[in-house]
Each structure stands twice: as C-alpha cells, then as structure tokens.
Design a protein around this ligand. Sequence first.
Ligand code: DGL
Length: 269
Amino acid sequence: MKIGVFDSGYGGLTILEKIREQLPEYDYLYLGDNARAPYGTRSFEVIYEYTLQAVRWLESQGCRLIILACNTASAKALRTIQQRDIDPAKLRVLGVIRPTVEAVPALTRTGHVGILATPATVSSESYVLELAKTSDQLVVTQQACPMWVPLIEAGEHLNDGADYFVDKYLSELFAKDPQIDNVILGCTHYPLLLPKIQAWFKKPVQIIAQGGIVAEKLADYLQRHPEIAADLSQGGTCQYITTESTKKFRDNASLFLSEAITAKHIELQ
Ligand code: DGL
C-alpha cells in the first residue's frame, strides 16, 4: 500500500520532496487539486468537502496513510475527517500543523513567533491554539497572505510583480510585532517564494519551512507504528495526479522538483 500526499495544488510538492529524501523506500501517490486551488480563500464547508473527496480517492487507490500536505486542509478538515469519516484500522490521515508547532518552542529566543498562512488557516486560529499548548510563553502573531498562493499557482511567484505582495504581507506582520525572531511558513506553497522572502529581511529572522520537519516526524511516526509501516509497499515509486491539465501540472511541477515527471488527470467528486 502507498503513502498518499495531498495538497490543493503544487505546495504539497515541497513536503513530498523532503519526505522522499527522508523515506525514499516507500511508494507515493501525490494528488494536487490544482483545478480548484486555491483553497485558502474558501469556506470551511467547501474545504472540508474537497479534502474529503481527495482522501476518499486516495484511499480507493490503495493508500494506507495520507498526509494532508496542506495547512488549510489540516486546519479546516483534518479533525472532522479523523473523527467522523475514516476507519483508523484501515487508514490514517495526518496533517502538517501539529508537527510544525512541536518544533517551534526550541527555535525561538524572543518567544515572538510570526505565522504566514492562508486566510482560512489564519481564521481557524489552529496555529495560535496549538502553539499555546506547547508553551504559555509564546507571543504569536498571524498574517494572512491571500495573494501568495494564486501567484504560485500561476507560476508568477519569482517575477517582479510578486515583490509587491511579499513586501505588503511581511511589512504588515512586522508592523504588528517587530520582536518576531521566527516566522513559520504556514502554507506549503510558501517555500516556493523563499528567495523573495529571504531577500526581504534586513535582520536575522529564522524562517521555518515545514518540509524537513514533517518528514522527520513521519519517519518517527512510522517507527512508533510498525503495524502501519509493515503495510506499506517499498518500491520507491512516486505517481503524480492532478485535477488540472497534465501538461500544465508537469511543466509547473518540474520547476519545483529536481526530476522531470509525468502526471495523470482525474476528476474529484
Ligand atoms: N498549500 C496550502 C496550505 O498549506 C494551501 C493553499 C491554498 O490552496 O490556498 O495551506
């Protein structure tokens, strides 16, 4: 059986890449719902419905474990799906927020942490609530960045036009709290903007991308759950599925991944 990795679009590839570096032996199935991205500006009901459709599809394709490599889906749909929609004896679904949050208290010196995320993730308050469970010393400030995912899905994120929105959201975040020393990229698309985000900073601020953290936590999870690891096939393969055109997916994904890929089209319903 395979490990499914799901995102609304290309962002989950930043997680998949790190997971495959850490755990190359397993078989992966990546699903990007590019035709309906972005999710981050949609309502709870729609995000939940779309995410559930993706989970059901990945399960039907033989996934034993699914990573919601999307903060928006993790914030809005994960808990309901875990509690109501799946049989944990047959399928486990994990998100990316909890593992990220667990890594933060050890990283910050000032205790002031910034969260950059989609409007849906920000409004869910998931990061604020989860970080409060790890430490009562943290000052957490959120910033919604509604234009970043559309720029990335359109392949415009490294062009000059993106500078305006990088400056806008980072300026707004640091105007709210200048003492922030750690910024979480709380959307799996955002590492694709990393060159511009890093160039913006004039002082040392640690930027936390989730890929490496999620990969390490997954390796740890599989060690703690040998019964799940034993069900996973080890052919080292990866298939890419998109709800958009396969050519568009392949061309854009090849910019993010170090290898050329092929993709297959499906419709989710
Ligand atoms: N990559 C997704 C996340 O981590 C979401 C993007 C979107 O579709 O808005 O939140």
